[in-house]
Design a protein around this ligand. Structure first.
Ligand SMILES: [Zn+2]
Length: 137
């Protein structure tokens, strides 16, 4: 087993992990019980447990993998939306971005999750990544 390091370059928006989740009031049990959504009961008439509870959910517009057509990239303790390249060898160390890359990212964020946009968090990030190789490398 070996630890391999490589360079990752990201052009995009850096997002703190806690900005991708929010507490939402959701059903606490999975019993199929009819109820008034505007005035849910405190307890479930079937199992007797709490009827509603707070859950940590993905924010609207984020499905756990992407926002719009852009993948959300976990890296370096943050999440990023944009373009990225992992340089594990000189052969794949180049990538050409479309001329409209910033507008594309901005438009996507503003359409699906506008609260995430922060002009000061948009930029080029160079990150030293690592991965464990389980085979002899
Ligand atoms: Zn129940």
């Amino acid at each position: 087993m070996a630890l391999e390091y490589y360079a990752r370059a990201i052009v995009g928006l850096r997002i703190a992990a806690n900005k991708l989740t929010e507490k939402k009031l959701t059903r606490a049990c999975s019993c199929a019980v009819q109820y008034d959504e505007k005035n849910p009961p405190n307890f479930c008439s079937n199992c007797g447990g709490s009827f509603m509870g707070e859950s940590l959910c993905h924010i609207n517009g984020y499905d756990g993998r992407s926002i719009g057509d852009f993948p959300v990239i976990p890296s370096d303790g943050y999440f990023y939306i944009g373009f990225f390249i992992d340089a594990k060898s000189v052969d794949n160390a180049f990538k050409v971005l479309p001329g409209s890359f910033k507008k594309d990212i901005y438009d996507t964020v503003m359409r699906y999750a506008p609260d995430l946009w922060d002009e000061e968090k948009f930029g080029l990030y160079a990150i030293l990544e690592h991965e464990y190789c389980s085979q002899h490398c």
